[in-house]
Write a protein that binds this ligand. Structure first.
Ligand code: PHB
Length: 397
């Protein structure tokens, strides 16, 4: 039928965000060819603001596989976080408790480093494609079809297909309903996120519980800060002037003794909160990775870290699958990845519910949350549990 250009690769990847590009990079290092496509343009992905905290293993993966030295030189090592509640602030000392740290380095920069590394190494990555579809998933020669940015139609046969196409994944929907389970949770709040031209207000991140709701004081650079406050999911950003935003943030952190350094606000957006998992993370010769298979609420910044942990395992299992021309390792990948995914689902849910105020919250609920926060911060066992999860459960264990 077609005037499509036909070609072959070992692994065809839908999605060239951090998950798809990291996978393609790891496969290349194992001598395995892949093609990654994305409907978004490179600039468009670069302009998507996401979380900014990397677990130690995520940093090591980027550095050790030659993707980025910038993550160490331009990022900021954080040895702990502050949990502010009940009129004061309590530090969780990651180094002291678990001998680990996190790195403040925005996801956009991770993406830029990966895209540059793929380009440097001659990787086949096509941005700005259209009409993406996948087919023949239960055969040993599945196919990826798309139209490239110049309007040429392609058909690429592969040994395996990977859906790393984000939370609005089209690949996920290719799994028949009777072959998968989906787990959902919606939350009755969202985050209002801002970028502000101001100096840092504190050396580390502050997770701030207050009677007016949650606020997170994060950072980007010496002159640019990232902050969030809990809001209604239907909140209209245009209704918020800079003055109104600063007043709201100051009143939330002021309850715990902080004052924020203010400055012009250069970005405003509302971030939805959802927990989602689809399992298993494969069907036939299609395998899912990152947000395509699971979404976490942003409290705790697990999204990108989970995606990188997925593809590290996936690269290993795909190598086995190719060597044996057998899809059994995809099931092993799914089991291995899901163990971490569900721990991260719990952690993100726990941080979210411990720190945010439900719309119908009573004074009892607020005091109970303060009790929970006091129990966690006041106990080495409690604080260690948080520190271990936040810095990321070591992948080698
Ligand atoms: C961020 O800096 O964007 C950030 C940090 C920590 C989180 C979420 C987002 O838990």
């Amino acid at each position: 039928m077609s005037s499509r250009i036909q070609s072959r690769t070992r692994i065809a990847i839908v999605g060239a965000g951090p998950a798809g590009l990291m996978l393609s990079h790891l496969l290349a290092q194992a001598g395995i060819d892949s093609v990654a496509v994305d409907v978004r343009g490179r600039r468009e992905i670069e302009q998507t603001h996401r979380a900014g905290i990397l677990e130690q293993d995520s940093v090591d993966l980027l550095v050790d596989t030659g993707v980025s030295d910038r993550v160490r030189s331009d990022g900021y090592q954080h040895d702990g976080i502050e949990l502010a509640f009940g009129g004061g602030s309590h530090r969780i000392d990651f180094q002291g408790l678990v001998g680990a740290a996190t790195q403040l380095y925005p996801q956009t920069d991770v993406f830029i480093d990966l895209a540059d590394a793929r380009q440097r190494d001659g990787g086949d990555v096509r941005f700005g494609v259209a009409d993406v579809s996948v087919d023949d998933l239960t055969t040993d020669s599945p196919v990826l079809r798309f139209t490239d940015s110049a309007g040429t139609a392609h058909e690429i046969r592969a040994d395996f297909l990977v859906g790393a196409d984000g939370s609005r994944s089209l690949c996920r929907h290719e799994v028949p309903a009777d072959r998968r389970s989906q787990y959902f949770r919606e939350y009755p709040f969202a985050w209002f996120g801002i970028l502000a031209e101001a100096p840092p207000s504190a050396p580390e991140l502050i997770y701030n519980h207050s009677p007016r709701g949650f606020a997170l004081i994060s950072q980007r650079t010496e002159t640019l800060q990232r902050m969030y406050f809990q809001c209604d999911p239907a909140e209209n950003v245009d209704a918020w002037t800079d003055d109104r935003i600063w007043a709201e943030l100051q009143s939330r952190v002021g309850a715990n003794g902080y004052t924020l350094a203010e400055g012009p606000i250069t970005g405003k957006s509302v971030l939805p909160f959802r927990s989602f998992v689809q399992e298993p993370m494969y069907y036939g010769r299609l395998v899912l990775a990152g947000d395509a298979a699971h979404t976490v609420p942003p409290t705790g910044a697990k999204g990108l870290n989970l995606a990188l942990a997925d593809v590290r395992v996936l690269a290993e299992e795909l190598e086995r699958a190719l060597a044996a021309n057998d899809s059994a390792p995809l099931a092993t990948y799914s089991e291995r990845a899901l163990r971490r995914v569900w721990k991260a689902q719990h952690f993100s849910y726990w941080m979210t519910t411990m720190l945010h105020t439900l719309p119908e919250a009573t004074p009892f609920d607020l005091r109970r949350q303060e009790g929970e926060l006091a129990a966690v911060t006041g106990s080495t066992a409690g604080a260690t549990f948080l520190a271990e999860a936040y810095t990321g459960w070591p992948q080698r264990k």
